[in-house]
Design a binder for this molecule. Structure first.
Ligand SMILES: C[S@@+](CC[C@H](N)C(=O)[O-])C[C@H]1O[C@@H](n2cnc3c(N)ncnc32)[C@H](O)[C@@H]1O
Length: 275
């Protein structure tokens, strides 16, 4: 079953890349008569819409709320932006194809969210999307990888959701997989981690060395008495958790300070570190 799914993905990806030349002639012409065709050419990736059921899952996975600002990179016919706007979220779509942008605006008007959405004709590689709190995309793995450094520079806690395509070594924080009958049925979520890599001084004495790979943490904690413990942990935005010996530390990163509590058996203490 897994192999069939893999073959499906490979075949669809081939269609994704290959159909573009054949159908590009169908998308030129009068914007009023414009009808998108699945597989039509796009600047860096062709248009294939995310099934609405996966759009809904992606927004749920990202836990979008009214306080969010969502940007869909390569917004196609606008469905993700429109769905978010209908949930009361401020949302904009970045799309290279002006015909798709006009179509998205018409779709938003039909859905009653014209005033809550914005669709911008732009190249996603040139658009500054750093203000977003949620970034959605259905692109390709190599495009995700080109965007990865910029995404990692975003505010800790920013959520990134991708239909089907991964970020390679930056493993997903969460995944949702729908039934096999849904043509594109996997969504990945990443939460931009705070940058904690390096040496920290513990308030109570001793030091903490954190070696960070994306959201994953390794390193070493040295107690005030000079005892060393290797550590393993994880970041969720600004929230940190790691274990050292038989103690579990949780905390919140605030720039050059981390503070929180540690738990050893049933004994809870506060701790902090700074650099
Ligand atoms: C696979 S579709 C996804 C559409 C939509 N996000 C969805 O999930 O239904 C990718 C979209 O990206 C657009 N696109 C391709 N390269 C782009 C670029 N460099 N800048 C902006 N949009 C681009 C294509 O025109 C296409 O509409």
């Amino acid at each position: 079953m897994k192999n069939r799914r893999l073959i499906d993905i490979i075949l669809t990806a081939a269609v994704f890349i290959g159909l573009s030349a054949q159908v590009s002639s169908q998308v030129k012409g009068n914007a009023k008569e414009f009808e998108p065709v699945v597989g039509q050419s796009g600047k860096d990736v062709v248009w294939v819409p995310t099934p609405q059921i996966l759009v809904d899952s992606m927004l749920r996975l990202a836990k979008v709320s009214k306080n969010d600002f969502l940007i869909d990179l390569g917004s196609g016919d606008g469905r993700t932006v429109i769905t978010a706007a209908k949930m009361g979220v401020r949302a904009i779509g970045i799309e290279y194809n002006p015909d798709m942008v006009e179509l998205s605006k018409r779709n938003a008007a039909e859905e009653g969210v014209a005033d809550k959405t914005e669709f911008i004709v732009a190249d996603l590689f040139k658009y500054d999307f750093t203000e977003a709190t949620v970034v959605t995309m259905f692109l390709l793995t190599d495009i995700n990888l080109r965007l990865r450094p910029q995404l990692l520079e975003m505010k800790p806690g920013t959520r990134i959701v991708s239909n089907t395509f991964s970020m390679m070594e930056w493993i997903a924080d969460d995944t949702v997989t729908l039934d096999d009958e849904v043509s594109w049925n996997i969504a990945y979520l990443w939460i931009v981690p705070a940058d904690v890599d390096g040496k920290w001084k513990l308030q109570e004495g001793g030091q903490l060395i954190l070696v960070q790979k994306f959201q994953m943490l390794e390193g070493e904690l040295t107690t005030p008495e000079g005892k060393r413990h290797s550590i393993e942990g994880k970041l969720n935005g600004n929230d940190i958790v790691f274990s050292a010996g038989d103690i579990t530390y949780t905390g919140r990163v605030d720039g050059r300070k981390i503070s929180g509590s540690s738990l050893k058996g049933s004994e809870r203490r506060t701790w902090s570190a700074y650099r």
